[in-house]
Design a protein around this ligand. Structure first.
Ligand code: CA2
Length: 158
């Protein structure tokens, strides 16, 4: 699909959902998560999605229940979801259930590579319900997820 910023999108927006503590990005542990803030990532994601004619609803919460509510909302409000569930990735059956109820493309994103970190980060409740997983590429992972979704959504329309 050629990028055509002038083409108006008939698609619902992509929800980009971020879990606990990601609001602190850029303030600590830059060696793991990079120096980019979540606001910087939002700006870059909105620009990249716009270049594909796609809209974005970018959100962050520290509450597991709010992530579940947003995933339920995505059933009718989103064309696809990019999810960095942060620590809930490794703990939340509720997120797994909500993702299984969502019949849309889902890309799991992590800034770090959880498989190169502590053993408790090696299991994800999100991955079995995700269309694809991108990790270890810091903020670039979000942009790759947008590109992947643009292709998947175009293929779906064919
Ligand atoms: O690498 C990722 O994107 C993670 O989802 C980030 C989570 C972590 O629990 C996952 O295992 C992997 C942690 C997000 C906390 O981010 C902070 C950033 C700066 C300062 C403090 C926390």
């Amino acid at each position: 699909m050629a990028k055509n910023p002038k083409a108006p999108s008939k698609l619902l927006p992509i929800y980009v959902l971020n879990g606990p503590n990601l609001n602190l990005l850029g303030t600590r542990e830059p060696e793991i998560y990079g120096r980019t803030t979540l606001a910087d990532i939002e700006k870059a994601v909105v620009t990249r999605a716009g270049s594909w004619g796609l809209g974005v609803s970018f959100r962050q919460t520290n509450a597991e229940s709010e992530l579940v509510d947003w995933l339920q909302e995505a059933r009718t409000g989103a064309s696809a979801v990019i999810l960095n569930a942060a620590a809930y990735t490794h703990t939340s059956v509720a997120l797994y259930d909500a993702l299984k109820a969502l019949d849309k493309p889902i890309i799991e994103v992590h800034l770090s590579n959880p498989y190169a970190r502590e053993p408790f980060r090696h299991h994800s409740y999100v991955s079995p319900a995700a269309t694809g997983v991108i990790c270890g590429l810091k903020d670039q992972g979000y942009l790759l997820a947008v590109d992947a979704l643009a292709t998947l959504l175009k293929d779906k329309k064919k």
